[in-house]
Design a protein around this ligand. Structure first.
Ligand SMILES: Nc1ncnc2c1ncn2[C@@H]1O[C@H](COP(=O)(O)OP(=O)(O)OP(=O)(O)O)[C@@H](O)[C@H]1O
Ligand SMILES: [Mg+2]
Length: 443
């Protein structure tokens, strides 16, 4: 299926240059020297637009805005010889997919077009899943930071390379793993998530590799492991840093040659499973301290880093809207002042924390508008800090405050606290220890 690209530039020579550069790549290219004229057409028949910014009859940014009003999903690359931080920001804020400054080489624009097409197919696949969208999560956020992340994700999704996803708690690591699977040719094969931190090590080993009858007491039948069951699919090893060194070694051998040997068995089976793993600890630090094998880390060809929410706060309003919808309160609104508090907050628990705060707030004050006074104390800007322990960063101190407050709210019920914060109990316990949190007498 051919790709149709429309180029809009008042400079006919520039049009010709782009037509030449892109049609060589096999794209069907049309050119227009007037943005106003271009807007009179049905642009939905193009897969992508390339537009200049400075044009006499209509400014490229105005054009971009108009295009997105009628065709919100249309990828547009903006080009300019007068690049500035302001126009770049404005173009990205208005939803441009990418931005290139003139002059550029044919190779540079071809690479950019290719990338945009990859990301676009990601979006389209997302659209295909739209009817299920209420229950099925997908990425929200159109900030440059997130678009940049989508680009990286799109680029590696269809490869077979094993991928390590890194990101703070609640940033969307599992969502990323599912997206990688969904946007690969393996999408019709199984996606098998394994929460390494939640399963005792010996059990994890037999779960992953399977066992033969009699391999251990109670093994009264043979059992294929998850790696075998995943077949040509994807296995998602969540919290991979929690794996014991012995099991890490076994996983390493599997990743080297795809061989699986069931516990107590002699046969060697081969599986071509794609391995995707995630960790919310600093993996390099784990390697330095000897808890994680360096040779296993090097088996992960690509490391994808998800930005924390505080690095793309501009996405918060959009996230709030979609999360309210997701949790079944599509008509609830967040007041301007409450939104300001959201924007000022550091979000140590990231998107999951945002989801939990909305849920929790609506449970306690089920009103049509969320006001600042409905929000948990930690959002209060003039909050007085707890006396802090030495050597914690501001972020850690925010996290510590949040954990302490939630513990107080639940009267130190660790399991409820973990649920409210969206972390598992093991993580909570280690954080309580790390921050030296103690129950005050009388609380
Ligand atoms: N960018 C995003 N847009 C929409 N929803 C998101 C986004 N990021 C995360 N979420 C949602 O936030 C919740 C947490 O995401 P997920 O479980 O993927 O995070 P995680 O990084 O695996 O967290 P943890 O470190 O606690 O395991 C999920 O409900 C997910 O759908
Ligand atoms: Mg997770």
């Amino acid at each position: 299926m051919s790709v149709h690209i429309l180029v809009i530039d008042d400079d006919a020579v520039a049009c010709e240059f782009l037509e030449e550069a892109l049609s060589r790549q096999g794209y069907e290219v049309q050119t227009r020297t007037s943005a106003r004229k271009a807007l009179e057409e049905d642009l939905s028949r193009y897969d992508m637009l390339l537009s200049d910014i400075r044009m006499p009859d209509m400014d490229g940014l105005q054009f971009l805005r108009a295009v997105h009003e009628s065709w919100p999903q249309m990828p547009v690359i903006m080009m300019t010889a007068f690049g500035s931080l302001e126009t770049t920001m404005e173009a990205l804020r208005l939803g441009a997919w990418d931005y290139i400054s003139k002059p550029f080489s044919p190779d540079a624009i071809r690479a950019m077009v290719r990338k945009v097409l990859e990301v676009r197919s990601l979006h389209q696949l997302r659209m295909l899943g739209e009817p299920k969208a209420e229950t099925e999560s997908h990425f929200i956020g159109s900030s440059a930071t997130m678009v940049n992340f989508y680009k990286q994700l799109a680029r590696v999704a269809d490869a077979s390379a094993s991928i390590l996803i890194e990101g703070e708690s609640g940033t969307g690591k599992e969502l990323t793993a599912r997206s990688l699977h969904q946007f690969s040719s393996r999408r019709d094969r199984p996606f098998i998530p394994v929460h390494c931190g939640a399963i005792p090590d010996t059990l994890l080993e037999s779960e992953l590799f399977g066992y033969e009858r009699g391999a251990f007491t109670g093994a009264d039948h043979s059992h294929p492991g998850l790696l075998e069951s995943a077949k040509e699919g994807t296995i998602f090893l969540d919290e991979i840093t929690e794996m014991s060194p012995a099991l890490q070694g076994k996983l390493l051998r599997f990743m080297q040659n795809g061989e699986i040997r069931r516990l107590g068995g002699h046969d060697v089976r081969i599986a071509s499973v794609r391995v995707v793993a995630a960790g919310n600890r600093d993996i390099d630090e784990e390697v330095r301290s000897g808890r994680f094998r360096a040779d296993l880390l090097y088996r992960f060809v690509v490391r994808l880093h998800i930005p924390p929410l505080r690095k793309h706060k501009e996405d918060i309003p959009q996230l709030v809207k979609s999360l309210l919808n997701k949790i079944g309160h599509p008509t609830v609104r967040v007041s301007d002042e409450a939104m300001e508090w959201f924007m000022a907050y550091s979000w140590p628990g990231n998107v999951r924390e945002l989801e939990n705060v909305l849920q929790q707030t609506l449970l306690l004050s089920p009103f049509a508008v969320i006001l600042p006074e409905n929000l948990p104390l930690r959002f209060r800007p003039e909050r007085v800090d707890e006396p802090s322990l030495p050597s914690v960063t501001p972020l850690e101190s925010a996290e510590r405050d949040q954990i302490l407050q939630t513990l107080r709210t639940t009267s130190w019920n660790q399991s409820r606290t973990a649920t409210l914060l969206g972390i598992d109990r093991k993580t909570l316990r280690s954080k309580i220890q790390r921050y030296g949190l103690q129950r005050e007498s009388g609380s």
